[in-house]
Each structure stands twice: as structure tokens, then as C-alpha cells.
Design a protein around this ligand. Sequence first.
Ligand code: ADP
Ligand code: MG
Ligand code: MG
Length: 909
Amino acid sequence: MSKYVYFFGSGKAEGRADMKDLLGGKGANLAEMTNIGLPVPAGFTITTEVCTYYYGHDHSYPPELKAEVADAMRRTEAAMGAKFGDPKNPLLVSCRSGARVSMPGMMDTVLNIGLNESTLRGLIDKTGNERFAWDSYRRFVQMYGDVVLGLKPQSKNEIDPFEQIMEELKHSKGVKLDTELTTDDLKELVRRFKKAVKERTGKDFPEDAYDQMWGAIGAVFGSWMNDRAIVYRRQYGIPHDWGTAANICSMVFGNMGDDSCTGVAFTRDPATGEKVFYGEYLINAQGEDVVAGIRTPKKIAELQKDMPPVYKQLDEIRNILEKHYRDVQDIEFTVQKGKLWMLQTRNGKRTGFAAVRFAVDMVQEGLIKKEEALSASRIPPDDLNQLLQPLFDPEAKRRAIAAGQLLAKGINAGPGAATGRIKFHAEDAEAWVHKHGRGNPDARVILVRRETSPEDIRGMQAADGILTAFGGASSHAALVSRQMGKVCIVGCGALNIDYAKGTVAVADKVLRDGDWISIDGFTGEVLAGQVATKPSEVVQVLIDKTLKPDQSRVYQQFAQLMKWADEARKLRVRTNADKPKEAADAVAFGAEGIGLCRTEHMFFEGNRIDAMREMILATNVEARKKALEKLLPYQRGDFEGIFKAMQGRPVTIRTLDPPLHEFLPHAADQQRELSAKIGVPVDVIARRVQELHEANPMLGHRGCRLGIVYPEITEMQCRAIFEAACNVQKAGTKVEPEIMIPLVGFLPELKAQAKIVHDVAKEVFAAKRVTVPYLVGTMIELPRACVVADQIAQEAQFFSFGTNDLTQTTLGMSRDDYGSFIRYYMEHDIVSRDPFQTIDADGVGGLMRMGVEKGRSTRSDLKVGICGEHGGDPDTVKFCHKIGLNYVSCSPFRVPIARLAAVQAALAK
Ligand code: ADP
Ligand code: MG
Ligand code: MG
């Protein structure tokens, strides 16, 4: 038989803190606080199973519920020495929602249940405080009317009838604060409130205490399915079928005069992490008054003067709770005539900065073990981002918004804050930064575009931030910005960009090329003008080297946490990097190798693009080889730089991957310019561009298919790699290249490419008179490759899952086009996550699992990694740990996040 109701009171509770699934967080913690002897007003919790039943049975309750509630109410009455609905000695209760995880402000609570014309008299007699009783009554009618009877406005345009009545009365009385209203005013309020209820609902306000209570219970369960709550759950991945509990809790009153108050507090500062008592309270107030901002509350420290014994007790409870829960608590309390009551406790939500500080401090205080400090519930890996990204000075941003500088909001794709001058073209951005010199505050640029493409890379590199009108969280702009650690907002549809005029407009506000703009990649906010920023301390220490480690506590704690993470994780973490600087930054962030070095970006710099284009335009092998020869020294130089930066760590280099047309100019004037430069007639260029055009380039002539048809390209790239490797090794630095062949689906493809790699290696080693250890492997990014992974592993010495393409080809969704419907899919619960951000574990993940198993069935020591964008996503990292990968690879700024996610995966049971 199910038990639906759990009592707490008089120092003993039927529930416990570990019963959150059944009792919800609030109910479980009220029970726990009762059991450890803290002053909690008696009450009971109706379980989440009742909520599930309610939705499964046409909004009705299990038949046993009534009797269980009646029994629990008797015990509550005994504990509090008062009787619910009794006219002489009335007990009042609150009805409070509470799901497994807290959903602040999403669901409803009703206070002062049990008040009616007759219990009101009893309350007045009992307390001798008429004003307080009427204040409680008017609050009750208002809350009950809003929440249970549905008078609360559903949209911003509607007005709350109760608030309106309240405003009218205050106005006519010439007072500002609720506390200034007289008892007669409060009586008048109740009368008008009830009249409004009658007018709106056609019914009288319910008088019977039990009717009131059941109405409130129904409203609490009903609030689980309100729009706000549904949207919140979707955003935070909370299942809709969990349900909420309903807590009936004896009322205690913070509105009984100047010896009473209500407050909320954190046991430590949740913004900075500092170990100080942090909170606020309001004298002579009830419930949400503090949060609602009706009156300005006082800082918790002042309670020391206002109510010294209460402050002392509360400070003791602060310690007891931290020791007991071994984490920072967010508490709610009320003081009734000098007596303290605890109404709620839960683990406090915190910023990334506070999360790291709490964790490290608590280990050093001996409160928790290192393993606990690293857990995902204490530090969600993504929150580390906050420690790496530049920030807007909060005060400066507040002032800017107050001054009307907020323009629009887009998708926050790259966290951080950036201010710079608007440049609409990559070349302009680059030229501007070059002219003014990086580091000069005036050189800062925000690249503002409809969208970005590979040709914009250098402009993006030059810019401090990137802002696009189109594209989603895995558009080119977003992807590249994250790789570069740039602040980025995409899909900001309100922006009207006119390249020809050089303007960006939002409604009637127009900004021009060169104007200042500021973007907050944490929130997606776009502001006109400058807002002051500063680089994060961690970056100042590790990357800029402008701050010494011992000058930054934030850095020291970050480093301490990362050290603990590295001690316990199994999964290695590499980085995706194409440039020595990027590689060096990644190493500073803890990267243990390069998991993906793309070679195509290398062809865009300076004169290289001309040689590349010459190669593509060549009509025979000889001409192609001649052009490739020009590229060889450039590539060799690039690889030397990267090998040096990596100091002996493994470097996975992918041979040329994108379709060739991406390198050719498409506009007529650019084609003419190229023609003049390389001496190929313009119509030949135009024809070649035409020839290379593909209806669906993603599935066209790209990946290893290029190296198969044009083996001389692979040959040149391998020569560059091995010559660089030999040179660097000769100069005394160990090198460990891993050559990766992209988009393999058939074993013969890999065999043909691997043969070229080995042949070139042999030749170069002979010529240079050294050998360098190296591996040949493949990127697994086609479903076919997963299915025949056992065959491919005959040749491949390693696999690396290219999950961007594997997701595209498995789901049949193009990552450039899925933006138009994926949001709809998520809002309608067809998919719960964006499959290009977090691996689709059942589908794409199933293929990966198969690939690992089949691959290792052929070659038991097969090294397997992942190098798609997913590699920096914490949930994907955890999945990769589970299926036995050796490493993940991600952009430099995500390396610390992946290290933390990896240790969390290793420590999870
Ligand atoms: P939320 O989940 O939104 O925080 P709560 O159920 O905690 O909602 O209720 C909001 C506030 O109402 C509490 O912080 C507390 O101040 C007040 N409250 C709730 N129940 C009681 C009670 N039994 N006695 C006094 N105040 C209460
Ligand atoms: Mg609360
Ligand atoms: Mg690919």
C-alpha cells in the first residue's frame, strides 16, 4: 500500500533529506531540519506520487488521501496546540509547492489558509493584535484569489485586480507602504478584495477552512503544468513526469510587529563565494515581501543589532546546516515575536566563481573530500566558463541599460563580454586592428555580420567579439568563436544590417561602421556604445601572463581544482587547434595533445590562397604538383610551429577535407583580380568554379575523396608533416604526429591513403636520416564507417569520431539548415537537446558504441577519441567516458571544462 502523506513536527519527521524524489526538495528538507532539532513549524507533505496520480486520473486524488491528510492534520494540530478551522483557537497553514529540484518562482504557494470571518475573531482574541489579524486576512484573500481562483494576470498587459485596489486605497490615504495602512484600511481592503472575487468568478470567497486547503492543494498540483513551469523544465532538462509535492505547513507570523520579521539568506556569498553570512530581512512582514521588493530589506548583519539573540541563533543554525548538508545553504526563516522558525533550506544556487571558491574552501576547511568538491552538483562544468571570459563591469552595464543603450537580444553563443567598434567586413576588422595595434583600446572591433564564412576567419581572429543576425548555436560564427574563445552572439534577428550603407539598425536606432557597440555573450544582450570590460584573472595569469599566480586568488583556486581533477580522471583531454598560438594557449589550459589540427585554414593566409587556387585550377597533374610545391614550405612551417608549441605531445593532423570550391572566388570582380595575379584567363576560372559547383557539397567531393582522386595533395601534405617532424625532432623537441584521413567509409579508401602516408614517411626519413614515430588513422564520421569499423581497424591505428558530420549523416540533418526547425522540435519535446551540441546518445551515440566495439574487436589497443564540436560539451564528455574512449578533443577555452567533466564521469557511480 502506498503512503501518500508524511508528517513532520515536534522534533520528529517521517521523511528524510534523501527522499526528495517522493517528498520534493522542500518537503524532504523540512523533514530533515525537524529531525536534526531545528525549529520548524509542524506540518505534512503530500507526495509527488499524488501529483502523478492527479494527472493520470483526470485531476482527482487517490481515495486513501483524505483520511491520511485528516490524520496528519490532527498530529499537526497537536504539535502546534491549535485547531484548523476552529473559531476560538484557530491554526492557520500554508500550502507550498516543492519539486525534486527547486524551480524558483515557477510554482505557487498560498499563506494563511484557514482564515474566515469567525476564525479571524479567534486569531484577534488569541493574539490581541487586531491589525496583524486583518493584515493576514487581506494577504490570504489576495493570494488565494490570485493563485487558486485564477485572478492573477496571465499576461503583462493585464492588471492584478488586488494590486489595483491596493494602489487605489494607498493613494486615497496618501501612504506609500503597506505597514502604514490602519486596521480599518485593511478591513476595507478585505471587503473590496472579496467583492472583486465575486465579480470575477461569480462565486463567494470560500469560507470553509478545509475547502480552502483542498483548493490550494489543487492549485499547487495544477501549477506543475503552468506555462512558466513547463518552459523552465524544458530549459533545464527536468522531466515533465516528476511532479511536485504539496506541503501543508503551520503558519508562523513575521507580521506581528517590530519583534517579528521574515528573511532569506545564504550561508556564504553566492556571487563571490566569500565565507560571509549573506542575506536580507524585513521587520513586520510576511512571506514573499522580501523578494517582491515592496520595501527595501535590511542586510542580515543588521539583525545583530535589531534582534541580537535571534541573530546568534541563526548564525549557529548557519553552521549546523553547512556541517550537516556539507554545502552552502539557501535558507528562509521567520521570526514571530522574538522566536525563530526555519521555513526552508536547500543547496544554494551559485555563480561559477562562487562554485569554485566554495568547493576549494570547503576541502581546505575539512568539510568535504576532494571527490565531492569536484562533483557536478557543486560545479556544473560549463560554469567554469565564467572564470575564463572577460566580464562587463556590472555597474557599468547597469548604467548603460538605464541610459537606454540596450538594442536587442540574440542567442548567447560564446560567453564573455566585448566592446569594440563595428566592422562589417573581415578585411576591415583586420585592417583596423592592424592600423591601431592590438592591445590599443581603440583597436577593439566587433565583427557585425549577417553570417560568417571560412573566409572571415582572420577578421574573426582580429575581432574581440562576433555578432550575427542569422544562424544558431552551431553556425559557423558560433563554432569558430568558441574555438577561438571569442565572445559571440548569433541569430540576433532584430538587427537590420545594410552592408552597402555600412549600417546596422534596430527600429529607429542606427549605428554605423566605426561606432562603438557592446555584446554580452553570457546573456545575449547587445548594447550601443562602450561598456567597460576586463579580461578574467585566470586568462591574465595563464595566457596574457600579465598577472602572477600568487596575485590572483581566483586563479589559485581554479588551479587547485584542476589539479584535483587531473589526479582522478581517466579520459585524456586534447584540443582542436590549427595555429601555434592556439596550441600554446590550449596547453596552458591543460591540453594533453592536439586531437584535430585542420589544415584548410592554413591555406587562407597571405599569398597561400593564390597558390591554392592555382592548384585547384590546374588542368593536369604536372601543373597541380607545381602549385602544390609552392604550398609545401608554408605547410611545413605551420607544422613546425605547432610541433614546437606542443612540446612532444601527440598532434593529430587531418588531411584536406573541404570541397575545393570553398577556396575559389565566386564574384566576377574577384575572379578578374585572381586572373590578373596568376595569369589564368578569367573564363577558365569561371568555368572551373562552375564545374566544381555541387548541389550538396556536404555529401560531395570532399574528405578523403579529394586525396583519392588527387593523391598528390595527400602526398604534399604528408611531406610537409614529416619534414617538419624531422626538423623539429632534430632540433631536440620530441614529436608525435598522427595522420588522420577524413570521411572514410570504405576500407580501400583508407588503404590507398595510408599507403601514401607510409611511402612519403619512408622517403623523408631516408632523406633526413631520422625516423619519427607516427600513426595513421581515420576520422569516423559516416554511419558506414561505424558499421564496418572492424574492417577499417585493419588499417587504422586510431579512430577519432568526427561527430559534426556523423550527426549530420546519421540524423540526415544539415547543421547549416537545421536551425529552421530544431527549436520547434525542442519546444514540442520531439528532441530534448540540440543534437549538434550534445551527442544524440541513442542514435549517433549508438553508432559510436558500435564503432568502438567493432574497432577494438580487430585491434584491441585501438586508440579512440572524439574531435567534433561535441568534445567540449560536458554531457558528451561523460558519454565518451562511458563508452571507453581514450580522449576527447575540444577548443582551447573548453579544455578546463572537459577536464572537469571527465573527472565527474570517472567519479560518478
Ligand atoms: P518558494 O518555493 O517560492 O520559495 P515557499 O513555499 O517557500 O515558496 O513560500 C514562500 C514564502 O512564504 C516563504 O519563504 C516564507 O517566507 C513564507 N511561508 C511559507 N510557508 C510559511 C509558513 N508556514 N509560515 C510562515 N511563512 C511561510
Ligand atoms: Mg521558499
Ligand atoms: Mg567532417
